[in-house]
Design a protein around this ligand. Structure first.
Ligand code: PK2
Ligand code: ZN
Length: 378
């Protein structure tokens, strides 16, 4: 059905045709050993077993449900056996909500100077001490079982952008074989293993990857190999080709995305889960996210601006502090300044996904999307 039908303003035929795409948006509930969580959801990133500059109590307070941590980093330091001896990641970082760990696939290719990829796995140099390390599906799954996350990811290769068709084809086929090896190595019950769809920016490879992984029957699916520098329309086209092939009754996780405009488009295609370092990363250089775009609170323009970052924001920073105060802290290199901008940015994205869920439940998602995109400058 066309959700624009019934609009007071009758859209011109061509506009209606363009704008009135079928919306695959959905509101769901994700059941994990640490609780049932609402989707669509944004998952704050905690690379080294901490979401930088905020405490678990503050994360809970701002509505975080599932947070991410990273096998690659924790495998190198402090080691996943140590975390297992500490009682697992939840105990180690005192977080009783959901945890999802990425398999390290992306980090190996994006962080350490890559040595080489073979059928067996990936050899690389540690970005910490330059030592030669090796990750394979079996090693990555064992590490994630040690960490004890509620959701873990298959070991994959995130194909760089751009990539030749032939390379993308061979890599995607190998990622599917690695997914099967990940599945065989995964022996921890109560923990969900998601596969990761690849295929580069090639529609046919995306469809083959999705179909092959669906036939291996995983409890959920990551969509990888996107948000790697490709133009946004290309990312959306890959979503359009991939999401409809994934089972309706299983969660879809778009990895590494992203900014609010990308989130609202991805939700429209039927994505349920998101993660992105962006909100915490830009916070640390004094940039706040608002529904009208970014606000660089560190700028001189805000030196005497005694209003909060966003008057309609319910976060701890906006309820208690002014732009002038936060700017002062950032200029003075005060840690509390980073904490306030981080708290605001995380709250903004968590609240944004909550608003999208509400709009879907009230069957007004497409107009929500229109209104948001009209106001938000990229
Ligand atoms: C930013 N864009 C992007 N990220 C991708 C990621 C990483 C998603 N974020 C994980 C967190 C990163 C910080 C530490 C905690 C884990 C991808 N990961 C995998 N395994 N495969 C991808 O194709 C893959 C593709 C990605 N594209
Ligand atoms: Zn705020």
């Amino acid at each position: 059905t066309c959700a624009f039908a019934g609009q007071k303003k009758v859209l011109a035929a061509y506009e209606e045709a363009v704008k009135c795409g079928y919306s695959g948006a959905r509101a769901g509930r994700l059941h994990t050993p640490h609780g049932v969580f609402d989707t669509p959801m944004f998952m704050p990133v905690g690379t080294q077993a901490t979401v930088k500059a905020v405490s678990p109590r503050e994360l809970k307070e701002m509505g975080a449900q599932i947070i991410l941590s990273n096998t690659y980093h924790l495998y190198l330091r402090p080691g996943t056996e140590l975390v297992a001896e500490a009682g697992g990641l939840h105990r180690f970082m005192d977080w009783d909500g959901g945890i999802l760990t990425d398999s390290g696939g992306f980090q190996v290719f994006s962080l350490g100077p890559l040595r080489k990829i073979t059928e067996e796995g990936a050899a690389f140099r540690s970005h910490i001490d330059g030592s030669t390390q090796f990750l394979s599906p079996e090693i990555a799954i064992k590490a994630q079982m040690n960490l004890g996350a509620d959701i873990i990811m298959a070991f994959d290769e995130c194909i760089p952008y751009p990539a030749e068709y032939q390379y993308a084809k061979l890599s995607t086929e190998r990622t599917t074989r690695w997914a099967e090896r990940s599945q065989k190595a995964h022996t921890r019950s109560g923990q969900a293993l998601f596969a990761i769809v690849q295929g580069g920016m090639y529609q046919d490879l995306r469809r083959v990857s999705a179909n092959d992984l669906v036939s291996l029957d995983f409890p959920g699916y990551g969509i990888g190999g996107l948000s790697v520098g490709e133009p946004k329309p290309v990312m959306y086209e890959m979503l359009e080709q991939t999401v409809p092939l994934l089972p309706e009754n299983k969660p879809r996780y778009l990895m590494g995305v992203g900014t609010p405009d990308c989130l609202v488009e991805a939700v429209r295609y039927g994505i349920d889960m998101f993660d992105c370092v962006f909100p915490t990363r830009v916070a640390r250089n004094g940039t706040a996210m608002t529904k009208s775009g970014r606000l660089v609170v560190k700028n001189a323009a805000y030196a005497k601006d005694f209003l909060p970052i966003d008057e309609n924001c319910g976060c701890y920073a906006c309820q208690n502090f002014s732009r002038a105060y936060i700017r002062h802290l950032l200029k003075a290199d005060e840690i509390f300044g980073l904490r306030l901008t981080t708290i605001h940015n995380l709250y903004f994205l968590l609240d944004f996904t909550k608003k999208m869920r509400q709009a879907i439940l009230e069957d007004r998602f497409l107009s929500f999307r229109e209104e948001f995109l009209a106001q938000y400058c990229k």
